[in-house]
Ligand binder design. Structure first.
Ligand code: ADP
Length: 445
């Protein structure tokens, strides 16, 4: 490279010149004195040269045994250049190492200062590193537990099941056995094929506020249930009374009151159901649910609800699933009743329960009013309605799909919605393979 002296040239040239000079002197001695004198001189000079290089080679070997910047030997001639290059290379690698170590230390200090717990694990869930927050959250000690399996140290069944499930789309919220006052949300990020980051967040406060809200809604709903039942009962009595038919205005008012009271009753029931589903305490009842029978039941119910205004069909694989019959019935029933309520007369509705190696899928396809794409992501939020007045007119509470979402979540299932405004919709509940009891597929009806 231009400008920079070529190392090979600067090392070899003086040595070659020295050998040439010795050769010339030896020849001159041979010419002026005797050939033997010339030869003896050449041999002796070469031996001295060899000894010189051997001494420096041994110095280099000693240094390479225990390389340290302070002990780089000093040299003469070509060796001076060699040692000075060694000194510079060693120094620059030391500087890079120090810079790297500083960066790593700064990175660790930054991560340690984060309010989240961070645990670095390998494919076998063995702890590689964790920050002090994770030590506090999960009762770990990096010094003693490094290299041990995380699930052997944090043995809560929910945590172990989550960590070994391999599916981390939804975070896990749990209370560790070692500190039950703490509520932790756990997320796993797989960042290399064989490595993952386990993040823990303290959600105690959020959980407490959430529980207060849930309790409040549940208590209010519970308190409203009895008075509403009484009001409803009396309104029914008044509507059935013989004199109610006499005054059409009064009858109309009574009917309106009855409709609204029934709507409130449904709302209260839905709110109670949601609070029950949301509270983690009530685990899913694991029953054997005959899905084909359930689909037939839902179709009968849909026929009654439709009153002949729609054409209805169903198909169902003869497969049973493990889960809560009541919860599944309520969730899938909500999808069916929505299809009836949002499909104008003359439309058609198809119920399907199909099974393949991935799991089971319950779908309700309608040719109704459909939903514009911007509403789809928010449909399962409580009280989210595309058209408030239509929902109310058809007796909706705005909680149906929120209930569906919670029931499915409790069954490790998920909901997908395909729809186009004016073209109809397909709501599908996907149940995982682990929930199927009978894998044989027998097509019915
Ligand atoms: P609602 O009691 O209002 O029906 P849901 O939670 O069951 O409450 O549904 C939320 C909203 O989703 C509804 O208000 C409606 O706008 C829309 N929706 C649900 N199902 C359908 C469907 N099959 N076709 C069209 N829109 C639907």
């Amino acid at each position: 490279m231009a400008g920079k002296p070529n190392l090979r040239v600067s090392l070899l040239l003086p040595a070659l010149l020295r050998i040439c000079a010795l050769g010339v002197v030896a020849v001159l001695l041979g010419v002026f004195f005797d050939t033997t004198v010339g030869l003896v001189f050449a041999v002796l000079a070469l031996a001295v040269l060899l000894a010189f290089h051997l001494v420096y080679l041994s110095l280099l070997a000693d240094w390479l045994e225990r390389p340290a910047i302070e002990t780089v030997p000093e040299g003469v001639g070509a060796w001076s250049e060699v040692f000075s290059r060694l000194y510079r290379a060693h120094r620059s690698s030391q500087l890079s190492e120090r810079r790297l170590a500083e960066n790593e230390e700064r990175f660790r200090r930054t991560i340690s200062a984060l309010p989240e717990g961070i645990v670095l694990v390998d494919a076998a869930l063995q702890i590689e590193w964790c920050n002090p927050v994770a030590e506090r959250h999960l009762g770990l000690s990096l010094r003693n537990d490094g290299g041990l399996r995380l699930t052997n140290l944090v043995r809560d069944p929910a945590f172990v099941a989550f960590m070994t499930s391999g599916s981390f789309e939804q975070p896990l919220v749990f209370r560790p056995l070692n500190s039950p006052a703490l509520a932790l949300s756990v997320t796993v990020i797989e960042f290399e094929p064989a490595r993952s980051i386990v993040l823990t967040y303290d959600v105690t406060q959020t959980e407490r506020v959430d529980a207060m809200r849930r309790d409040f809604v549940a208590n209010v709903s519970h308190e409203l249930r009895t008075p509403l039942t009484v009001v409803n009962g009396f309104l029914e009595m008044l509507l059935d009374a013989p004199d109610a038919a006499g005054d059409p205005v009064r009858r109309h008012h009574l009917q309106l009151m009855h409709e609204q009271a029934s709507r409130m009753h449904r709302l209260v029931e839905d709110l109670l159901m949601l609070s029950r589903l949301e509270s983690q305490e009530s685990a899913v009842v694991e029953e054997d649910v005959d899905m084909a029978a359930l689909v037939r039941e839902l179709t009968d119910e849909a026929r009654a609800l439709s009153g002949g205004r729609h054409s209805l069909g169903y198909e169902a694989d003869e497969t049973h699933v493990r889960g809560s019959r009541d919860e599944l019935r309520s969730a899938l029933g909500n999808l069916v009743s929505n299809a009836i309520r949002y499909t104008p007369a003359g439309g058609s509705i198809q119920l399907r329960w199909t099974v393949d190696q991935r799991g089971g899928a319950f779908s309700v396809e309608d040719t109704g009013i459909g939903i514009a794409p911007e509403h789809l992501p928010r449909l399962t939020e409580r009280f989210y309605r595309v058209d408030k007045s239509r929902s109310r007119e058809t007796g909706g509470t705005g909680l149906g799909l929120a209930i569906v979402k919670h029931v499915l979540l409790r069954h490790q299932a998920r909901l997908t919605i395909e729809s186009q405004a004016g073209q109809g919709s397909t709501f599908t509940a996907w149940l995982p393979d682990s929930r199927l009891i009978q894998p044989e597929i027998t097509r019915a009806a």
